[in-house]
Design a protein around this ligand. Structure first.
Ligand code: ZN
Length: 470
């Protein structure tokens, strides 16, 4: 997890010597939120940080706070922080923070609910109650960052959020090596851990540990004194079947389609200088997404020109357009739903909220019109205007899609070359992609954006709010 390692380096430096760190002008972190799918190693990572910094590791699970009796959870939170203060510098790890940190609904549901609210309030009080120089770092983990109470994520609390992704092929290889070594498993000469790593996209660290374990058990059952490739393959099949039921296993054909889709997004973002700079492309599934193209804004943006917005729509269409160009009209997939939804919403707002088209002119129609959960605001619009808006939105989307398809069609060979590298490595950086595009003579007009961490450490201003750009 090289990227994550980069991000947590600073935490380790701080825990090793809090005073020195602050003297050097470092902005001490206080609360850090790890989020990622179950089994990716959030707890292990926190433990490793404490180990590396050589400080006590105090851990508790969010579900330990939630008790039947009112007041118990809050008392436990107080105890936890008292213990931490006694042992500072130290690392406090709260697993499953969502058990206490769910959004407060504001509607009482009786005992259990009040209890959770009290516990959460106590947690917020304690987080605010110690200074960032005291040598305590609180790391919380969750696989549901979306349901957390926003109060927890405010500055001075868990204001640094680190995504712990599923490992890429290199990561999986390293993880397999660790488990084989730790369990002292004697391997047959035919075992190639890289082959196993390649065959296990989407597997978490815990899944990989299971494979190693299962393979060892199979070999023992067969009374063999070494574990061979055959056992590993059987183990992979078993684990994979379990995962398939959970809908996580991805077939090679699917993987290829996902790769074309993502590279489609990525190449389009490199063709518009108004698009946010590309950071990386990945086909490692995370959460609900099967692949992801990460673009990072150069700075926080507050207003957007029509050009910026149109670049965004083209970029959103890049995935679907690539599917159509490479797999034909009937080969397009359901994977583009979210892209289409966002593109349509943007187009609607360009026409009707921001009055940016010639056809309709400078008009504003409340977006609430499209949202059944919001009360209608603003003046009623005529059916004629409504029809014109729909037509204009449609025209705008069709034009953008046609242009996106043209881009994809012009650079088919280059895209295929990028897809090959992506299938091989599963995550590629913008620089790697641009290198291939340049080989093929594709005119790249947008620049790459390096990892947030690299940029932050490059800049000499320590007050740069590290991690603020996610
Ligand atoms: Zn997409």
């Amino acid at each position: 997890m090289d990227e994550v390692k980069e991000e947590v380096k600073e935490i380790i430096d701080y825990l090793k010597d809090p005073q020195r760190f602050q003297k050097l002008g470092g902005r001490a972190p206080k609360g850090v939120l790890f989020y990622g799918d179950p089994g990716v190693g959030k707890t292990l990572l926190a433990k490793a940080i404490a180990g590396e910094a050589n400080v006590p590791f105090i851990s508790i699970s969010g579900s330990d706070f939630v008790e039947m009796f009112v007041g118990v959870g809050a008392a436990r939170v107080r105890d936890l922080f008292e213990t931490a203060k006694k042992h500072a510098p130290c690392l406090v790890f709260i697993d499953e923070i969502d058990a206490v940190g769910r959004t407060r609904s504001g509607v009482g549901f009786g005992g259990g609910h009040d209890e959770r609210e009290q516990t959460l309030n106590q947690l917020l009080v304690e987080l605010d109650g110690f200074e960032s120089g005291e040598g305590i770092i609180v790391i919380a983990a969750t696989n549901r960052p979306d349901i957390l109470d926003p109060a927890l994520l405010r500055p001075g609390r868990f204001d640094r959020q680190i995504s712990v992704p599923k490992p890429d092929v290199k990561g999986r290889y390293e993880i397999l090596k660790v488990h084989v070594k730790k369990k002292k498993i004697p391997l047959d000469n035919d075992v190639d851990l890289m082959v196993i790593a390649r065959g296990t996209p989407g597997f978490s660290g815990a899944d990989l540990a299971n494979i190693v374990n299962e393979a060892a058990l199979l070999a023992a059952r067969k009374r063999k004194d070494r574990v061979g490739m055959k056992e590993f393959e059987e183990a992979m099949d078993r684990i994979m079947m379990g995962l398939e039921r959970k809908g996580m296993a991805i077939t090679p054909a699917e993987k290829e389609k996902i790769a074309y889709h993502e590279v489609g997004h990525a190449i389009v973002s490199l063709m518009f200088k108004e698009a946010d700079p590309l950071h990386k492309v990945s086909i490692i599934p995370r959460g609900m997404a099967l692949g992801v193209t990460v673009n990072l804004p150069e700075e926080d943006r507050h207003i957007y020109s029509k050009k910026d917005l149109m670049a965004r729509i083209h970029q959103l269409f890049g995935g679907r357009a690539a599917e159509e160009v490479f797999y034909g009209k009937d080969g397009i997939t359901t994977g583009a739903e979210n892209d289409l939804m966002r593109a349509t919403e943007l187009a609607y707002r360009i026409v009707a909220s921001w009055g940016m088209t010639e056809e309709l002119g400078p008009i504003h129609v409340s977006t609430a019109r499209n949202n059944p959960f919001m009360p209608q605001q603003g003046p009623e619009i005529s059916e004629e205007t409504a029809r014109k808006i729909d037509e204009e939105v449609n025209r705008l989307l069709r034009d953008a899609y046609a242009k996106t398809k043209e881009i994809i069609e012009s650079y088919k060979d280059a895209i295929t070359a990028v897809v090959e590298l992506l299938l091989d490595k599963e995550t590629i950086t913008c620089d790697e992609m641009v290198a291939i595009l340049e080989e093929y003579g594709v005119p790249v007009v947008n620049k790459c954006r390096k990892s947030i961490v690299e940029v932050v450490s490059d800049s000499s201003a320590p007050e740069t709010p590290a991690g603020a750009i996610e």
